[in-house]
Design a protein around this ligand. Sequence first.
Ligand SMILES: C[S@@+](CC[C@H](N)C(=O)[O-])C[C@H]1O[C@@H](n2cnc3c(N)ncnc32)[C@H](O)[C@@H]1O
Length: 266
Amino acid sequence: MPDGARRGLFHADEISPADLAKQIATLDQQSGLPGIPRLRAWTIAALGLRSGEKVLDIGSGTGELARLLAETVGADGEVTGIDPNPGMRAEAERRAPRATFVDGNAYALPFDDGSLDAVTCERVFQHLDHPEKVTAEIARVLRPGGRVVVTDVDWATAILHPGEPDIVRVMTESMRCGVVNPFAARGLPGQLAGAGLTVDDTGSQALIQSPDAATGPMVRMLCRMAVDRGVIGAEDCERFLADLAAGAENGNFHMSVTMFAVLAHR
Ligand SMILES: C[S@@+](CC[C@H](N)C(=O)[O-])C[C@H]1O[C@@H](n2cnc3c(N)ncnc32)[C@H](O)[C@@H]1O
């Protein structure tokens, strides 16, 4: 397993076609919610990208952000996405033909010192157990004056409603157990500053799930994780799912987690 990559839903190891399809479906479901396009628009504006610039997107996934970056820097610019997952790179190549996608790990960026104008990294830090090594890599590859936006959630901001308080607490804890760095967002300013970068601004959007997803795959996965951890029983899950379904039916439903995007420059 590469440095810092531990098992979780989105890790740096090879995955089966079924898991790849699940990951892509999850990313597409999330990108369809308003928070992600809004925060990506903020990111691109905050970076102040100019035509012809060289940009790297770390952990590029399905390539949706790289596609927007490539449109912004135009034909004279260069956008590279790196991702250790070959299936994700193939999907990204299909969706973002104007960007280039290469095999790579956030811990050892395949770029020379000071060679890039801008870097983005969206929703990858929660999967890293040594995030400060990656901010050091970002600082290394940026040219003086180069900009970066790192975006991630902080799972302590997760809200689930309605439900019995004890079960809701267990479910929100389960959300934190699914990743190695659940409080990624709060660490970003310190990690960027620790790498010698100057933090300039922070954008934020909540990822607010629609009531249609009230008892969807995400919630069912949380239920399975909680039962597997032995913290609640199957019947508690059934009651929780029924509470959520009733809430969604009556307009009394909320499920969200907040994302933060931190802008810094070298
Ligand atoms: C949650 S997805 C986010 C994808 C994309 N950035 C987005 O926001 O839609 C996390 C991505 O990071 C990649 N990843 C996981 N560990 C990584 C590492 N150590 N270095 C680079 N990418 C990594 C995964 O393969 C996956 O594509």
